[in-house]
Design a protein around this ligand. Structure first.
Ligand code: NAG
Length: 215
């Protein structure tokens, strides 16, 4: 009986490991070797003896992103692509700038939960839960407020003000990934058939063609 319980506990533990965002590191650091010909889940480590302080450093989050685009927002990501030393550490950062009434459109981070704080302005933010509830959790955030977007859920941020807004987001992966819903569904290369999208969105095919033409 006791051994059965231990077996179950071990199984539960091994499952929680499998579900964790990035694998736990087995050494102090594993600075990404982006030139490695070895393909692993993440990046191979460069020789730790050759690691330098710049492998753990990035400068630039003081800079305002260019929000002159259709969405009126700009994401400056600081993940393993910018800081090689983030490899295997399971964290990263982003600065998001918003033009007045600009938005970070509905998107997913397939590999990370996100915790966001507002530095300037006010943001209407939200996320939607999985099927079948598809419940929206939304709120207006002001300077200093903090909000959490659970891993893998569709979420967005919208600047409700007539001034620029700035947010900083921390993410639970060195490489969170982004899937912008509109781009992935209507702007895929090649296109998803308009028969499929018309049926999925309960609209006429011409409406799908019109949306696809925007991408
Ligand atoms: C911002 O982006 C727009 C559109 O791509 C471009 O025309 C403009 O030169 C950019 N501004 C700066 C300051 O880089």
């Amino acid at each position: 009986m006791a051994s059965k319980f231990i077996l179950l506990a071990l199984l539960a533990l091994s499952f929680s490991r499998t579900l964790a965002s990035d694998p736990g590191q087995l050494q102090d650091f594993c600075v990404a070797d982006r030139t490695s010909q070895v393909f692993v889940n993440g990046f191979a480590c460069k020789d730790p003896k050759t690691a330098v302080v710049e492998d753990f450093f990035f400068s630039g989050l003081h800079m305002t992103g260019n929000t002159s685009n259709k969405q009126g927002s700009a994401v400056t990501a600081v993940n393993v692509a910018q800081i090689a030393g983030l490899n295997t550490l399971g964290i990263s950062l982003a600065r998001i700038d918003f033009a007045p009434y600009g938005q970070n459109p509905p998107h997913i981070h397939p590999r990370a939960s996100e915790i966001l704080t507002v530095l300037e302005g006010s943001l209407y933010v939200g996320f939607v839960t999985s099927n079948p509830e598809n419940r929206l959790f939304s709120k207006v955030l002001n300077k200093g407020d903090v909000f959490v977007f659970p891993q893998g859920l569709i979420h967005f941020q919208f600047n409700t003000g007539d001034k620029e807004a700035i947010a900083i987001a921390a993410l639970s992966s060195k490489n969170p990934g982004v899937i912008t819903i509109a781009n992935a569904v209507f702007g895929s290369k090649s296109s998803i058939s308009n028969d499929i999208l018309a049926k999925a969105f309960h609209v006429d095919k011409r409406i799908v063609d019109h949306i696809q033409a925007q991408f």
